[in-house]
Ligand binder design. Structure first.
Ligand code: KIV
Ligand code: ZN
Length: 401
């Protein structure tokens, strides 16, 4: 009788899903979420620590600030690939590469054009044949700079399938190594998305030469479910954002998607490179920077995600945590027993708590922040996380003066 596979063998069989984080591009496009260069770099450093595969750092032609941010992230971040978005036009592509070239072979040009009838007719005012030609030309130009080219068919889920397949096949022939099939307006449902990806796998001759990516918006609250359905159909890159921030109702939430794969690995044979214990620090850091918190009942990173109030639940938890917790708080970077910080606390506890809150300070800044903390602790019985966030923000402001 054949031996049952070991845990390690089972893990090795799992397909790797690449995580493409677009917090700094699509996320930042949402009202109230814009970030300056220094803030973008801080988020990028946290994404590096979290070990995402690709960081989309911005849209270089959109503004001078965005160009500089993409360039700085490309210069400073080591490990993940760095992507920059550009429309399917020469000037956009050239500008994107100007910023991305600083990442060397880790730079990725991400170019796009809309392929749905609605967008082609009303927004682009272009015939499908012209759109197809523009897509091919854009990919060829991008590929003249780097072999790392991603192409997106904007509004793919409302595109006629034969045309979608034609565009995908043509851009792969032109040199695209990742092809993204976005649900731009958050319109699709999981079963339908599964069928779209399946259709492409069956009808695009060269599909195996590229990685299929998905990029889901959350207008119907289905972005995570849609991303999972797409992965089940064969997509191998998922685009998402910290806290699910993004245009309108947001993008697929990175932490929810990652923890769904990890928690349901019994039924989803996939894995990612993400260090899940960095999820809470990432969420906190982003909220501190943008000033936009997450709702208390938000999955994974909401204040109540691991809180149990009902008596029956508390009793169950005391017997065995698995009664009401499907993942541990530690696995997402929440310390189960939060340390109380006050005037007797030492530098070690202070540093540890800052790291849990997503603040990674160098020694000098840590020393200065610690002095501020001690001064505050003399005035208050207990120093709360919000106080620590404020101390670090103060410190960062002093730093840029
Ligand atoms: O939602 C979308 O279609 C996009 C593309 C530019 C990838 O953000
Ligand atoms: Zn988008």
């Amino acid at each position: 009788m054949a031996k049952a596979p070991t845990k390690k063998q089972k893990q090795d069989d799992r397909q790797l899903i690449r995580i493409f984080d677009t917090t700094l591009r699509d996320g930042e496009q949402a009202p109230g979420n814009s970030m300056n260069i220094e803030e973008k770099l801080r988020v990028a450093k946290q994404l590096q620590k979290m070990n995402v595969d690709v960081i989309e750092a911005g849209f270089p032609i959109a503004s001078e600030g965005d160009f500089e941010a993409v360039k700085l992230v490309a210069q400073q971040i080591k490990g993940p690939q760095i992507a920059g978005l550009c429309r399917a036009g020469d000037k956009d592509i050239d500008r994107a590469w100007e910023a991305l070239k600083h990442a060397g072979d880790k730079g990725r040009i991400h170019t796009f054009i809309a392929t749905s009838d609605i967008h082609m007719q009303y927004k682009l005012k272009m015939e499908p044949a012209k759109v197809l030609a523009a897509a091919i030309k854009a990919v060829k130009r991008a590929a003249s700079y780097t072999p790392n080219v991603e192409f997106s068919c904007e509004d793919a889920t409302r595109t006629r399938l034969p045309f979608l397949a034609e565009v995908v096949e043509a851009v792969i022939d032109a040199g695209a190594t990742t092809v993204n099939i976005p649900d731009t307006v958050g319109y699709t449902i999981p079963f339908e998305y599964f069928n779209i990806i399946t259709y492409l796998k069956e009808h695009v001759k060269n599909i195996d030469r590229a990685i299929i990516s998905v990029h889901c918006h959350n207008d119907l609250g289905l972005s995570v479910a849609n991303s999972i359905a797409a992965v089940q159909a064969g997509a191998r890159q998922v685009e998402c954002t910290i806290n699910g921030i993004g245009e309108r109702a947001g993008n697929c939430s990175l932490e929810e998607f990652i923890m769904a794969l990890r928690t349901r690995h019994d039924i989803l044979p996939f894995t990612t490179n993400v260090a899940t214990e960095q999820l809470t620090p990432a969420s906190r850091l982003l909220s501190n920077i943008t000033g936009i918190g997450v709702q208390p009942n938000k999955a994974i990173v909401g204040a109540n995600a691991f809180a149990h109030e009902a008596g029956i639940h508390q009793h169950g938890m005391m017997m065995d945590k698995s009664t009401y917790e499907i993942m541990t708080p530690e696995s997402v970077g929440l310390s189960a027993s939060a340390l109380v910080l006050g005037k007797h606390s030492g530098r070690h506890a202070f540093k540890q708590r800052l790291e849990e809150l997503g603040h990674d300070l160098d020694d000098d800044r840590l020393n200065r922040a610690f002095e501020r903390f001690k001064a505050l602790a003399d005035l208050k019985k207990e120093v709360f996380d919000e106080d620590l966030d404020a101390i670090v923000m103060e410190e960062s402001r002093e730093d840029v003066k």
